[in-house]
Write a protein that binds this ligand. Structure first.
Ligand code: ADP
Length: 768
C-alpha cells in the first residue's frame, strides 16, 4: 500500500538502514528492522564474504582496530588478506563440511599479530553469503573453568526440580554460576505478552526484581521474533558505539545483511539505552522455547562491561536448550498438581453440598467456591438468587451479566458450556462498571432449566501484581536523535493499571470447572429427587390429619347434638328440679355449645386443608378492603384507628384464603386490645429472600415471648375462656395453615402491654 500523505516513509525505506544513522521515533519503533541493523558491536569485526571465492564484500568500519587494515584495504580482497592461506583453507573446509547455515560455528583462533589481539573466528552462512565474526579471544585472559563439568552439574540440578518456581530458581542460579554475572532473571511471558520475573539469582547488594511484572512493550515484537531463532544474545558493552558495515548494501545481494544470527549484531539504540537506564552495562539473553514458542527469557545483567567468551556462550546455550526441554515436563507436572488440588477441593465441596441443604454451602462454609479456584470472587445463582463469596459485582450487575451470558453461544454448547475471558469488557461493555474487581470471568451454566449459573471472578491484573514499570508512561524526551520514545528511566515499583484485564484462566482451571459443574448437577438432581419424595410423604401425612380432623369433627357433632337435645328436654320437663340440678343442666348446655363451636373450628380447619387453592394475581388492596368490611361490626363496638401507609402489592395467591388470613389477624388485633385508642397498622416490605412480607400491627395487650409458638397451636388460648370476647383458639392455627398452603410462613413480634405485630409471607423463602 503506498504511504498516505500523513505517514512519512520510514527512514530506512531504501534499505540502507543503520541504527547509527537512523533514530527511531514513537511511530516507527515497532517496525525498526532490528534483524538488519547495518552495524556490528565495537568489540569485534564482521566480515561478509562471497561463498565462492571468499572475497570480502562488506566489513565493519572498525576493521583497522582489530585487523590492522581499513575497510578500503579489505573490500574486494580475498579473506586470506586477513587470515592467510592456512586460515582460508580452514574456513573453506568449515564451509564445505559443517552445518553452518544460520548456525554460527567457532572455527579457530587467529593468533595475535603485532598490536592486534588474538581473535576467535566463527562462521555461518545466510542468504548465500558467508559471515565471519571476529572477536578478541578470552582464552588467554584467564584459565577458563571446566564448562563441561559445570554444565553437567547444572543439568543434574535442573532434572531434580519438583515445582516450576524451584526450577526457575535453579536455572537462574546455574546460569549465574556459569557466567559470574551480577543478576540472572528468569523472565516469563504471559498470554498477553507481558512478562514476569519468576526466578532470580543476584548479587546480594542489588534490589530484588523477583515477582515484578513488566509490560509487553518492554520487549518489542521484532525482538521476540529474533529470540525464537537464536539461543544466545550477547551485549558485552551496552554503552559502546556501534560500527557500521561498509558498504551498507551488499553488492552481491543488493540488500542489507541479515544479522539475526550474528553474535556481534549491533543492538537497537532502544535496547541499549533501556539497559543503561537500569544501570546495566552488559547483558546476555538466552531464549526459553516451549514447542517453538517463546516461553520466556533468561536475562543476565552485569553492572560493568564484560566479555562473553565463546565457551561461556556455548555452555549457556546448552543450558538454555536443556532448560527449555525440561520446562515442558515441569509445567506438565505443575499443572497436574494444580489439577489434583482443585479436584480434591471440588470433591470435598460437592460432598458437603450433598450432605447439607443444597448449594448454599458452596459459598457459606469452608471449603467454599473460592477455595475451588484461584480467583478473588465467586457466585452461584440458584433458587432465584445470588449466593456470593469474595469480591463480586452487585446482584443487579450479576442479573444483567447473566442475561447476556445466557444468550452466549458458549452457554448453549452441549459439550463445553463455559465462558472464560480475561477481559470481560472486550465482549461485554457493561463489565466496565465492575472491571476493577471482575475483569476476568469464568462462567458455567449449571442446570439450564433452573437458570442456575456458577461464576468466578478475577480483578484487573494491576490489583494482583507488582509492576516493575509503568506500562502507560512513555515519556517523550529529546535525545541525540530528536524527540523519540525513551524507555523508562526508572524501574521503581509502579502501580499504574493495565486497564480492564485480568490474569487469564488456565486450561487446567477451565477443565476443572467443567468437571465441578457435572458433579454439582448430580447433587442438584439427586436433591430434587429427595425433596420430591419428602413432599409426597408430607402431603400424605397432612391428608391423613385433615381426614382425621374431618371425621372427628363430623362424627362427634352427631352425639353432641343428642346430648344437647336431651339436656334441653330435661331442663324443660323437670321444671320442678331443684336449683342445684338445674344449675348443672344449664352448665351441661353451655359445655355442649362450647364443644359444638370447637367441633366447628375443627371442621373448618380440616376443610381448609382439603380445599384446593386457586392461585391467581390478586390485588391485596381489594382483599384488605373486603376483610375490613367483614370485621366492621367489631370495629363499631370500640373505635379503632386503622392505617395503611402504603398500598399493598398484587401477588399470586388464593383470594379467599388471603382474605381469611387478614380477617383473622384483624379480628385478633381488635379483640386483644384494652387501650382507649385502638390502633392497627397494616403494611408490607420487601425482603431479599422472602419476597413481600406483610404485617398487621396492633397496640393491644401483647404476648409474652414464651407464648410466641404455642399461640399457633390448635385450641390454645392464653386467657380465660370468655375473656376478650371468647374464642375457640383455632384462628391462628388456621392462619398458619393458610399461609403454609401458600408456601409462606407466619411469625410474630410482641411486647406485653405495648402491642403485637404478626408477619406473614405468601411464598416460601428462597432456599438454595
Ligand atoms: P382465639 O382468638 O379464638 O382465642 P387465636 O388462635 O386467634 O384464637 O389466638 C390464640 C390466642 O393468641 C388468643 O387466645 C390470644 O390469647 C392470643 N392472641 C392472638 N392474637 C393476639 C393479639 N393480636 N394480641 C394479643 N394476643 C393475641
Amino acid at each position: 500500500m503506498p504511504p498516505t500523505p500523513n505517514t512519512p516513509p520510514l527512514p530506512w525505506a531504501d534499505g540502507a538502514y543503520s541504527i547509527k544513522r537512523h533514530g527511531v521515533s514513537l511511530t516507527n519503533c515497532d517496525s525498526e528492522p532490528v534483524q538488519m541493523p547495518g552495524c556490528s558491536q565495537a568489540h569485534g569485526v564482521v566480515l561478509v564474504l562471497r561463498v565462492t571465492d571468499l572475497s570480502i564484500l562488506q566489513v565493519s568500519e572498525n576493521a583497522a582496530t582489530h585487523l590492522g587494515l581499513r575497510p578500503e584495504e579489505l573490500l574486494g580482497k580475498s579473506i586470506s588478506t586477513v587470515v592467510a592461506e592456512e586460515g582460508e583453507r580452514r574456513l573453506r573446509e568449515c564451509l564445505e563440511k559443517e552445518p553452518i547455515e544460520r548456525n554460527p560455528l567457532y572455527v579457530y583462533t587467529l593468533p595475535a599479530r603485532g598490536s592486534a589481539a588474538a581473535l576467535d573466528l566463527s562462521l555461518h552462512t545466510i542468504d548465500g553469503l558467508a559471515v565471519l565474526e571476529c572477536e578478541p579471544t578470552a582464552r588467554e585472559a584467564a584459565a577458563l573453568p571446566d564448562y563441561y563439568a559445570l554444565v553437567k552439574k547444572s543439568v543434574a540440578r535442573m532434572h531434580a526440580a519438583q515445582t516450576l518456581p524451584d526450577f526457575c530458581q535453579i536455572v537462574a542460579d546455574e546460569v549465574r554460576a556459569l557466567t559470574g554475572l551480577d543478576r540472572v532473571m528468569i523472565y516469563r511471558f504471559h498470554a498477553d505478552f507481558h512478562g514476569e520475573v519468576v526466578g532470580e539469582s543476584k548479587r546480594e547488594d542489588l534490589d530484588p526484581w523477583l515477582g515484578f511484572h513488566y509490560p509487553a512493550e518492554d520487549i518489542p515484537r521484532p525482538a521476540c521474533e529474533i529470540f525464537k531463532k537464536i539461543w544466545v544474545r550477547p551485549l558485552p558493552d551496552a554503552a559502546a558505539p556501534v560500527m557500521e558495515l561498509v558498504p551498507l548494501i551488499n553488492p552481491d545481494t543488493r540488500r542489507p545483511l541479515t544479522m539475526t544470527h550474528c553474535a556481534l549484531r549491533g543492538a537497537s539504540i532502544m535496547y541499549s539505552e533501556y539497559l543503561q537506564n537500569m544501570g546495566v552495562a552488559a547483558s546476555l539473553t538466552l531464549s526459553l522455547l516451549v514447542d517453538g514458542e517463546l516461553w520466556g527469557l533468561i536475562a543476565c545483567h552485569h553492572l560493568t562491561p564484560t566479555q562473553f567468551p565463546y565457551q561461556v556462550r556455548a555452555a549457556c546455550e546448552f543450558v538454555a536448550q536443556v532448560a527449555s526441554l525440561q520446562l515442558r515436563t515441569v509445567e506438565q507436572r505443575e499443572s497436574l498438581d494444580y489439577r489434583l488440588r482443585l479436584e480434591e477441593t471440588h470433591n470435598r465441596l460437592v460432598g458437603q453440598a450433598a450432605q447439607d441443604a443444597g448449594l448454599a454451602p458452596l459459598t457459606v462454609s469452608k471449603p467454599d467456591l473460592l477455595d475451588a479456584m484461584d480467583a478473588t470472587g465467586a457466585t452461584i445463582f440458584h433458587s432465584d438468587r445470588w449466593w456470593s463469596v469474595g469480591d463480586t459485582p452487585s446482584d443487579a450487575q450479576l442479573d444483567d451479566l447473566k442475561i447476556w451470558l445466557d444468550a452466549r453461544p458458549e452457554f448453549q454448547s452441549a459439550k463445553r458450556p463455559v465462558f472464560a475471558t480475561d477481559s470481560l469488557v472486550r465482549d461485554y461493555p457493561g463489565g466496565a462498571a465492575f472491571s476493577r474487581i471482575a475483569s476476568g470471568v469464568l462462567a458455567l451454566p449449571l442446570a439450564r432449566k433452573m437458570g442456575s449459573v456458577i461464576m468466578w471472578f478475577r480483578p484487573e491484573t494491576i490489583q494482583a501484581v507488582k509492576w516493575g514499570g509503568n506500562p502507560h508512561a512513555k515519556p517523550m524526551v529529546t535525545g541525540p536523535h530528536g524527540p523519540r520514545l525513551t524507555p523508562r528511566k526508572s524501574f521503581e515499583l509502579f502501580t499504574e493499571s493495565v486497564k480492564e484485564r485480568a490474569l487469564p484462566w488456565k486450561s487446567v482451571e477451565i477443565e476443572a470447572a467443567l468437571r465441578l459443574r457435572v458433579l454439582i448437577m448430580e447433587v442438584v438432581v439427586s436433591r430434587a429427587d429427595q425433596l420430591a419424595e419428602l413432599n409426597v410423604n408430607l402431603t400424605r401425612r397432612n391428608e391423613e390429619l385433615d381426614a382425621f380432623a374431618y371425621v372427628a369433627g363430623h362424627d362427634l357433632k352427631e352425639p353432641l347434638r343428642g346430648i344437647s337435645k336431651y339436656t334441653h328436654q330435661l331442663l324443660e320437663s323437670a321444671a320442678s328440679t331443684d336449683g342445684e340440678s338445674r344449675q348443672r343442666l344449664e352448665g351441661l348446655t353451655r359445655l355442649t355449645a362450647r364443644m359444638d363451636s370447637l367441633l366447628d373450628s375443627l371442621l373448618h380447619f380440616s376443610r381448609v386443608g382439603r380445599a384446593t387453592l386457586r392461585f391467581q394475581p390478586v390485588d391485596l388492596n381489594e382483599v384488605l378492603e373486603e376483610a375490613l368490611e367483614m370485621v366492621a361490626a367489631r370495629r363499631q363496638e370500640v373505635p379503632t384507628t386503622i392505617s395503611i401507609p402504603h398500598p399493598l402489592p398484587t401477588v399470586k395467591c388464593d383470594r379467599m384464603r388471603a382474605r381469611e388470613i387478614f380477617v383473622n389477624l384483624l379480628a385478633n388485633a381488635m379483640k386483644y386490645n384494652d387501650k382507649q385508642e385502638r390502633e392497627i397498622e397494616i403494611g408490607w416490605r420487601t425482603d431479599d429472600t422472602r419476597g413481600p412480607v406483610f404485617f398487621v400491627r396492633d397496640n393491644g395487650i401483647g404476648i409474652e415471648p414464651r407464648h410466641f409458638d404455642i399461640v399457633f397451636k390448635m385450641f390454645t388460648r392464653l386467657h380465660g375462656r370468655d375473656a376478650f370476647g371468647g374464642g375457640s383458639g383455632a384462628g391462628l392455627t388456621i392462619v398458619q395453615k393458610l399461609v403454609e398452603q401458600h408456601r409462606g410462613s407466619v411469625w410474630l413480634e410482641s411486647t406485653p402491654g405495648t402491642g403485637s405485630t404478626f408477619h406473614f409471607t405468601l411464598s416460601e423463602p428462597l432456599q438454595p
